[in-house]
Design a protein around this ligand. Sequence first.
Ligand code: RNT
Ligand code: ZN
Length: 410
Amino acid sequence: MSAYEIARDRYADLGVDAESALNTLSTVPISLHCWQGDDVAGFEGDTTLGGGLAVTGDYPGKARNADELRQDLRKALDLIPGSHRLNLHAMYGEFDQPTDRDAIEPKHFQRWIDWCKSNNLGFDFNPTCFSHPNAATGFTLSHEDPEIREFWIEHCRLCREIGQYAAEQLESDCVVNVWIPDGMKDTPADRRIFRERLVESLDEVFDQPFESVLDSVESKLFGIGSESYVVGSHEFYFGYAVSRGKLLCLDAGHYHPTESIADKITSCLTFLDEILLHVSRGVRWDSDHVVVFNDDLLNIAREIVVNDYFDRVHVGLDYFDASINRVGAWVVGARAIQEALLVALLEPTDTLRSHESSGDYTSRLALQEQLKSLPWGSVWDEFCSRNSVPSEGGWMKEIKAYESQVLAGR
Ligand code: RNT
Ligand code: ZN
């Protein structure tokens, strides 16, 4: 018997069907964030990273243009089992002449969309409301100057148009996620006025309906330069999303450090149809470390699985680390969330629930502990092999080869 068959039988003893776990896992796309590949630089020219975002490290070989970024993404995708999505920021358009954010068009993203088509990827999109002179004061959609607000409103509108265009070409709905950095370093005198302006601006952004765009809004607790006040807080966007029928984006790094987004998923989906996750890993703060397989991640995956939320939760990655091989960083994070989903899929949910409903919390706890030593790694290896990608311990040598053959030449 193969290691997989032995594992499959162990799970069967607990009433868990490993085959069906594998089948389900293969249907879950992960939206791969383009910005891990070039330290959130984009292709507009010499932009400096703003919005309080910070990337540390100077590992050699970062993508310098769209062709290199696509090449790197392709390499990462070759090492990640399953079929996935691209998550692109507006600053990654391909412009033959300088094009400001309020003038972007679908044609600037055509090569990305074509690439998604030929690589069988979905396409998600994001307005870039940072790293721009009009965001220099730290305010965008809630800026006190109506002209600057209008600039960002137009940018976000155009992004939704591009999202619709991409969705039609790829025949797959496009999540367009709006995150803005707006906030204050120090205690504001008036917290209300910015929030009132933000509601108005967002309503203008979303004025035109787009059939295939899934509009999403992302909250944040604090940022560098917005330590005392963030206009788009969790309560703000939760209320906005509920009242307007939008998706809410829960970023794992955007809450107090002991707060987990896992616990928020069922609460949000009690009132919302769908949500987006930005799977990230904060270390002491919203540091956007590479996602790894840990309890936080497992708890997120478990919520998706036990509630059968696969159609209602969109899973995207959001981190940026320039201190390690950037392609390897994509692979580690994407595989980690897939592994977490697999582990959750291999749990005997019904048994755990029945212990719970009979008040037998000791059996629930004992079973939860027992599950930790079950051979899910053999099931994961099987998933990798069925999807023709290397197993754990196998893919790193491909990263090394890519590093010497491709990245070293940059
Ligand atoms: C910032 C948000 C946002 C960005 C990306 C680049 O705190 O998490 O999602 O990371 O849009
Ligand atoms: Zn995010």
